[in-house]
Design a protein around this ligand. Structure first.
Ligand code: TXA
Ligand code: MG
Length: 316
């Protein structure tokens, strides 16, 4: 299949109307969109990504009223979060309507819903005339794409169209909050911080990875966000090994005597998050075998960043 590149949300939406899948930018990472109510289109998403079918997809809407097409009920706590944070980098897990295809939710009775704040994304969803399921637009297991070029590297020839946009603002995915049981539980740390959420819902909790309580975010059990290189976490660049040809990313400048084949010294934690996945991909292109990543404090965006770094460093 020839993959069409376009900057027009209208042209991209025509592919959705024809039952095809289209990659598009959001404020977090690029998504791989398909019409929510088309089983055959959703199947193409799983095939293009090589995604395990037990990992549910997020439904993306272009206006708040569209949530009613997807969710059977909107609990009061979800209303509060919608009021405060939609549109934005927040996904709410809600009870699903029976009309939502099971393939979209991996058989769960709940569905993730998010309204991006990205203008081009909103126009594209609006022009499509339907909510869109959209996982991150990478091959399964690879770092999420933050540029359209990264999407092209992974999915050229496997999808009908890429809606081109600038590098994505946050660089890491949305925060996933389960509201289906009446309380609010963070299932996946993401671009919206727990501190921000707490200002609205002081009693919000975080599902600890250790617990095996339901409901979980099934995607979290899969290996994720990994470059081909081995990722090692260090508390300071001086703790990086001295093998030649390694990569380094972090906040502290390495000593002048330290030689890395590729390095990124970021201005702050948000710049680190913005840069990380693109850096992983650049290291892969350079055939770098080891990447040292400096740990950050686990507050604010640092929580989600450390989550991604740990997952990338895991070898299973
Ligand atoms: O920022 C984002 O969320 C991006 C952009 C494209 O919107 N999308 C994204 O999708 O990261 P994906 O498929 O890569 O990650 C979705 C996460 C997975 O961890 C999945 O398990 C969880 O959301 N999820 C989706 N539906 C769920 C549900 N019904 N219950 C629990 N977790 C769910
Ligand atoms: Mg993903």
């Amino acid at each position: 299949m020839k993959t069409r590149l376009t900057r027009s949300p209208r042209v991209a939406a025509e592919f959705i109307r024809a039952g095809e899948v289209v990659a598009f930018p959001t404020e977090t990472v690029f998504g791989l969109g398909a019409a929510l109510f088309s089983e055959s289109a959703i199947e193409k998403v799983f095939i293009a990504k090589g995604r395990p079918s037990d990992n549910p997809l997020i439904a993306h809407v272009s206006f708040v009223g569209q949530i009613e097409e997807i969710a059977a009920t909107i609990p009061p706590i979800a209303h509060e979060l919608i009021e405060a944070f939609f549109p934005g980098p927040l996904t709410l897990v809600l009870p699903r309507k029976p009309s939502v295809p099971k393939i979209a939710t991996a058989g769960l009775e709940t569905v993730g819903v998010r309204m991006p704040t990205h203008q081009l994304a909103l126009e594209f969803i609006r022009e499509s005339g339907t909510p869109l399921v959209a996982p991150s637009a990478n091959l399964s297991g690879r770092p999420s794409p933050t540029t359209w070029e990264a999407v092209k590297t992974d999915l050229d020839g496997r999808i009908a169209c890429i809606l081109q946009g600038e590098q994505t603002h946050f660089g890491i995915e949305s925060t996933v909050v389960d509201c289906s049981g009446g309380d609010a539980i963070v299932l996946r740390a993401g671009a919206l911080t727990i501190e921000d959420l707490r200002r609205v819902i002081p009693r919000i909790t975080q599902r600890s990875d250790a617990s095996d309580q339901q409901p979980v975010s099934p995607g979290l059990k899969h290996r994720h966000y990994s470059p081909a290189a081995t990722v090692r976490l260090v508390s300071h660049p001086r703790h990086a090994g001295d093998e030649s040809g390694a990569g380094f990313i972090g906040l502290t400048p390495p000593a002048a005597t330290q030689l890395f084949a590729r390095q990124a010294v970021c201005l702050n934690v948000s710049d680190y998050a913005y840069t990380l996945f693109q850096f992983f991909r650049a290291c892969d292109e350079d055939k770098i075998r080891v990447i040292y990543c400096e740990r950050v404090e686990e507050t604010g965006l640092g929580v989600a960043l450390m989550d991604r770094l740990r997952r990338a460093s895991r070898r299973d």
